[in-house]
Design a protein around this ligand. Structure first.
Ligand SMILES: *Cc1c(COP(=O)(O)O)cnc(C)c1O
Length: 346
């Protein structure tokens, strides 16, 4: 069978930077061990690329959100080190966890009941300390059912670790209270930003996600964390505009003089959303290629004035330093990673 040509869209992953980011977060976790959040296909970068590199760097504990995300991680990681954050919604989920050996994170009294009714076994427990998202509420911590669980990791999640918020210390205090009333072998509170709050937030295991992939949620991480994802797209047409010619849907840009422009093979279906139009630009080495007009589903148009030698088939860089990209696009660093579509050759 004939194979189609590779896509005109590619993502270079700097696995050295990924490994170094994990090691840096592990060091910053002090006496605690750093795990890795790899939900949503490792924040859009690809479990099959990311997880082996993290294992090689020394990571053992991996967190996914959905049961459907388990098999891909299981190909690289021992089952008991895979945690499913959403927990079991039905008996079949609990049976699957037990059969495979992965650990459910129990988040509600119903999930606790489901787990115990299926026969129990090692599990993790999420308590809510102020984010009011998933987790056992404070007034349910005395439930005797919790005492019948075999809890490996008691965990909670910080709401505002990326800010200097009073809520951080409040959540830390409540987590200490939870640890006093609910027996567990290990404790885990900090995400990426939480690691930068200091060692008192680290406990036994930290759960970085964003910063593994180059995100900088707190300034303390700025000198420590490096970019991992480097997207590139090819120029698929060059054209000449005359004064008065408009570009793209709704003619949002009009040339005021002759211009060379490039049509580039990346669009909002690839996570390059319309919010980039306005301030966004692609690059070729040091040359800056400003976006002209709207972002289309599969294409953008850029001004080639700064790199007039570029031709059809040449690759250009999509700037993806996450803190900077976030300022320009108004997308969060998390969104910038997870919106990346499946069309990049990784
Ligand atoms: C996603 C997630 C993390 C990772 O958070 P980052 O801010 O990406 O470091 C940690 N813990 C839980 C419970 C999560 O859902």
């Amino acid at each position: 069978m004939a194979e189609p040509a590779p896509p005109t869209l590619q993502m270079r992953l700097d696995k050295g930077a990924l490994a170094e980011n994990w090691r840096a977060l592990h060091r910053m976790s002090g006496a605690a061990e750093a795990g890795a959040a790899v939900k949503a296909d490792a924040y859009g970068l690809g479990v099959d690329h990311v997880v082996p590199a993290l294992c090689k760097a020394g990571a053992r504990h991996f967190f996914v959100a959905h049961w459907s995300e388990v098999p891909q991680v299981l190909a690289h990681v021992e089952a008991r080190y895979i945690s499913v954050l959403h927990g079991p919604m039905q008996a079949a989920d609990a049976a699957y966890a037990r059969a495979v050996g992965v650990r459910p994170v129990l988040n509600t009294p119903n999930q606790v009941k489901l787990w115990l009714e299926g026969g129990g076994g090692p599990c993790h427990l999420m308590v809510d300390t102020g984010i009011n998202r998933l987790g056992i509420a404070v007034d349910e911590w005395a439930d005797p059912a919790l005492g019948r669980l075999d809890i490996e990791i008691l965990m909670s999640h910080l709401a505002s670790a990326d800010e200097d918020s009073a809520l951080n210390a409040v959540q830390l205090g409540r987590f200490h209270n939870a640890a006093r009333s609910i027996p567990a072998k290990y404790h885990s509170l900090a995400n990426s930003a939480g690691i930068a709050l200091g060692n008192e937030y680290a406990f036994d295991l930290t759960r970085p996600g964003l910063s593994l992939y180059g995100g900088v949620p707190r300034p303390q991480l700025g000198n420590v964390i490096s970019q991992v994802a480097y997207p590139q797209a090819a120029i698929i047409q060059r054209r000449n505009l005359s004064a008065g010619d408009s570009v793209g849907y709704n003619a949002k840009f009009t040339a005021t003089s002759n211009m060379n422009v490039g049509i580039v093979s990346v669009g909002y279906a690839d996570g390059y959303l319309r919010s980039w139009a306005g301030g966004g630009a692609l690059r070729s080495g040091e040359a800056i290629l400003p976006l002209l007009g709207q972002v289309s589903m599969d294409m953008v148009v850029v001004d080639l004035a700064a790199a007039p030698h570029l031709k059809e088939g040449d690759w250009v860089d999509i700037p993806y330093d996450l803190p900077q990209a976030s300022r320009i696009s108004a997308l969060s660093q998390y969104e910038l990673l997870t919106v990346l579509g499946s069309r990049y050759r990784r």
